[in-house]
Design a protein around this ligand. Sequence first.
Ligand code: CP
Ligand code: NVA
Length: 309
Amino acid sequence: MAISTGLLSVADLTSLEIQHLIESAAFLKRGRKANALLKGKTIALLFEKPSLRTRASFEVAMWQLGGHAIYLSPAEVGLGKRESISDVARTLSRFVNGIVARTFAHETVELLAKYGTVPVINGLSDYEHPCQALGDLLTIVEKKGDLKGLRLAYVGDGNNVARSLVLAAAAVGMDFSIASPPGYELDKSALRRAKKLASQSGAKIAMMSEPRHAVDNADVLYTDVWTSMGQEAESRIRRRAFTSYQVDAALLSRAREGALFMHPLPAHHGEEIAKGLLDHPQSVVFDQAENRLHIQKAILVRALGGKPV
Ligand code: CP
Ligand code: NVA
C-alpha cells in the first residue's frame, strides 16, 4: 500500500518512506509558520474512541497546512450501527480528501480503506497506532541523532503501540526488546513481520518476561498503559498481571546513561509508571506529544497529494 492510498500500518511503509517522512516532518517543524500545502483540502476525523493528542494534532495540522478538518464523534456517526462501514466510507469520500479513523477493530479501518476512495489514515486501532510510532521515531532522531544501532526497550503490554513500534524499529534498523507478562506478549503475526523486516535492516528483535533484561543497554525505555481503550472490563485482572512491570526511576537507571523515557500518553500515574516519572530529566513525553503534529503534517501532505517537502 503506497502512502498516497493511506496509512493503516507501519508495515505499509518502506524504510526509505519512513526516513522521508521523518525528514519532511523535521523540515515542516523548523518552518513552524502556517503554509498552504493543503489549501482547500478537508479531512474527516472519524473516531470511535476518545482522544486528546490525535484529534487536536490532526486538526491543528490541517489548519496550519491551509486545509480544514471536521470531527465526527461516535455518537453522531454510529459507525457500523446507524450505518454500515462501507456506506460511511463511500459517503465521506464524496465530501473529503482523506479520512483519519480511530477504531476499535482494526478491520474497521481496513474496510474504510477498502470502500472509501480517499486515503484512510489509522489514528489508532486495537491492532496498531502508526502515527504514534512514526512521531516517536522523529523524537528519537532529534534526541539521539540517528536510529540505526540504537536499542529501544519496551516494558508492558504487547498492544497496538508496541506493534507499531516493533515494526518501525525493525524497518529502520533499531534493536527492540520487549518485556511482557505471560499472556500479554506481542502476537506471533506482528513478531513474524517484524523479524522479516529486521532480517533486512540488521535490527535485533527480542521478547522476554523480565523487565530488567529488556532494559539493559537500552537507549530508550518505553511503556504504555496496561489497559487500552476498549479493555476496561479487564482492568483489574490486568493490574494484577502487570504489577511488577511498573517503570520507575530505578528501572530507567539500568538503561544506558542519558537513555530517553517515552510514553505515548495518556499515562496512569502509579500504574505503568511511578508517580513523578513524567517529570524525570530523561523523560521526553511532551516532545513526543508535540511531534505527533509534525509527523502527521508530513503524512497528510504525502497522502493528500500536497506539494512534496
Ligand atoms: N497518544 C495518543 O494517541 O493520545 P490520544 O489518545 O489522546 O489521541
Ligand atoms: N494503548 C493505548 C494507547 C493510547 C494512545 C490504547 O489503545 O488505549
